[in-house]
Design a protein around this ligand. Structure first.
Ligand SMILES: Nc1nc2c(ncn2[C@@H]2O[C@H](COP(=O)(O)OP(=O)(O)OP(=O)(O)O)[C@@H](O)[C@H]2O)c(=O)[nH]1
Ligand SMILES: [Mg+2]
Length: 543
């Protein structure tokens, strides 16, 4: 190859990035799979066990105290590892509905996703919603059918369910041989390999046997006669009826390569990784207002999709997670921050192996970098070394439950304000200020009950505050705007105007009926469902 045709180091680095999110209904095994993926990536050498009993290592991507106590993911986390020459950025997301705003935000930063299906439960409600978001955003989706060490639905029935519920084509790369007590492993249809499962050998649960095809006598030697005939028939049927795998359809989010395994027993996680390595797309172009940025553009661009306070208790720090979309990031570089119209130095840049952080000196499109944030960043902010840009807005959900917070010790009110401000800036809750009482008794709005619980826990755990939560009867928040989209501070009809965390006017209402009344009294005003919707004129995403 001539020198001109050889890709530059810059191109090579960008093209080896793979950034993906793990999504599913709660409990399908996302965090467990994350641990095993990192384990195969060779970053950490002991994969943590989720819901670990006392003394065992807790899952490293569930780093928050409450996550470790409950064994559920509350917030998404970012982990980076190398696998077969690829630099993988992996995003583990929470499955619970109450944290889905975090999951949606995280999906904005991913170039592909793996959808986990519990073999016994099939396509569950949250999985369906999250798949719809991927489809809407045209994110290619891999499918990993997990928990095959347990009894479950017959694979043909399961694939049928996935196809009909999600309206997408499934392409099984592998096929399970039995399930639960009779789980023998997988047949790799493309490679013609038996991937055998040995649950007794925790260290090395996998053995790979090449075969000539379905007629190879090795099947008789290795597979129990109870299931042999049925499995052969299933695979014959699949081979006979399924066409070719279409990379185009996959990239358009219309066809999903499917594989099976058991994350908990570290079985066939490497098989998935190999499929991922072969098909996952490198970073693609990103839409901005009035155009797009391409990953190989030399100008650095990126956006903040997540803010997290107190990851490191000793330093009371706040980290802004930036997804790089183009250019080359260098530690300590100066970038332009269009929203506040000033230059900012991106200091203390880190990448993550869960709570372990490593200083990062350079990063490229696809990478996710954590930068120290002194309070300049909000979710959705852009940074660039070029001229002002605006990325697509990041979804924000309208809160439906409201409560007022107070501390009995008046000396601690300031601390409460600080804590609530921090946590609301992460997007974990929304903050509203009563015009009469002021910020001393903050009002909190959330989408789901668990968010209140997490808030109280974190205020106690991270700020040492015992906080009382008094529920308020509101169920609707709306941001009044005039025809030009400007905030409106006065309304007809005796409505209290609250302020949100950005000092924007907002009304809190008990019922839809009150909203209709507000609209009737103020026919020229638009009542936006979120600040983002108010800014862009587009409705907030449905949950
Ligand atoms: N039998 C079996 N159990 C599994 C498997 N994978 C995960 N589990 C268990 O399923 C439970 C939930 O696993 P997690 O990894 O926390 O699930 P998650 O999808 O991250 O859950 P959320 O983050 O709360 O949405 C844990 O008890 C795991 O040990 C598997 O392959 N087989
Ligand atoms: Mg989890």
């Amino acid at each position: 190859m001539s020198k001109q045709n050889r890709p530059s180091e810059f191109e090579t680095e960008v093209m080896r990035r793979r950034t993906f999110a793990i999504i599913s209904h709660p409990d399908a095994g996302k965090t467990t799979l994350t641990e095993k993926l990192i384990f195969h990536g060779g970053v950490i050498h002991e994969a943590g066990e989720v819901k670990g009993k006392a003394g065992t290592k807790a899952a490293t991507s569930d780093w928050m105290t409450l996550e470790q106590q409950r064994g559920i993911s509350i917030t998404s986390s970012v982990i980076q590892f190398d696998y077969r020459g690829l630099r993988v950025n992996l995003l583990d997301t929470p499955g619970h509905k109450d944290f889905s705003e975090d999951t949606y935000r995280t999906l904005v930063a991913a170039d592909s996703a793996v959808m986990l299906i519990d073999v016994a439960k099939g396509v569950e409600e949250r999985t369906k919603k999250l798949y719809e978001v991927c489809r809407y955003r045209q994110i290619p989706v891999f499918t990993f059918v997990n928990k095959c060490d347990r009894e479950g639905k017959a694979p043909l029935e399961l694939l049928d369910e996935i196809e009909s519920t999600l309206k997408m084509n499934c392409y099984p790369m592998t096929w399970p041989i039995g399930l639960g007590g009779l789980f023998h492993g997988l047949y790799h249809r493309e490679r013609k390999e038996l991937i055998l499962y040995h649950p007794k050998h925790e260290e090395k649960p996998t053995e790979i046997i090449p075969v000539s095809g379905l007629d190879d006598p090795k099947w008789e030697e290795l597979i129990s006669p109870h299931i042999l005939q049925q499995v052969r028939e299933e695979i014959e049927l699949v081979d006979g009826t399924l066409g070719e795998f279409s990379r185009e359809k996959f990239l358009a989010g219309e066809m999903s390569p499917v594989t099976f395994g058991s994350a908990k027993h570290n079985f066939a996680v490497d098989t998935f990784l190999d499929i991922f390595t072969e098909f996952a797309p490198p970073p693609g172009p990103r839409k901005i207002k009035g155009g797009e940025v391409k990953p190989l553009d030399k100008t650095l661009t990126g956006f903040v999709f997540k803010i997290q306070a107190n990851m490191d208790r000793r330093h009371r720090d706040r980290v802004a997670f930036v997804r790089i979309c183009s250019g080359r990031f260098e530690r300590g570089m100066k970038v332009y921050h269009p929203r506040i119209d000033r230059d900012i130095r991106l200091a203390h840049s880190t990448q993550f192996v869960a709570q372990e952080r490593e200083t990062v000196d350079v990063a490229y499109a696809g990478d996710i970098v954590g930068v120290a944030d002194a309070g300049y960043f909000q979710i959705g902010d852009a940074v660039t070394t070029g001229k002002a840009i605006e990325f697509e807005p990041i979804p924000k959900f309208p809160p439906e439950l409201f409560a007022k917070l107070s501390v009995s010790d008046a000396m601690k009110r300031q601390k409460l304000q600080k804590g609530v401000k921090q946590i609301s800036e992460e997007g974990a809750v929304q903050l509203f200020i009563d015009p009469v009482i002021g910020p001393q008794d903050p009002i909190i709005g959330v989408v789901g009950e668990l968010q209140f619980e997490v808030l109280l826990f974190r205020l106690q755990d991270e700020y040492g505050l015992d906080v009382r939560l008094n529920r308020l009867p509101y169920s609707v928040a709306r941001w009044p705007r005039d025809k030009e989209g400007k905030p409106v501070y006065k309304l007809n009809g005796n409505f209290t105007i609250y302020r949100d965390m950005n000092e924007q006017p907002v009304i809190l209402l008990e019922k839809e009926w009150d909203l209709n009344w507000a609209k009737k009294e103020n026919p020229d005003i638009e009542f936006a469902t979120s600040i983002t919707a108010a800014r862009t004129g587009r409705p907030a995403l449905e949950l």
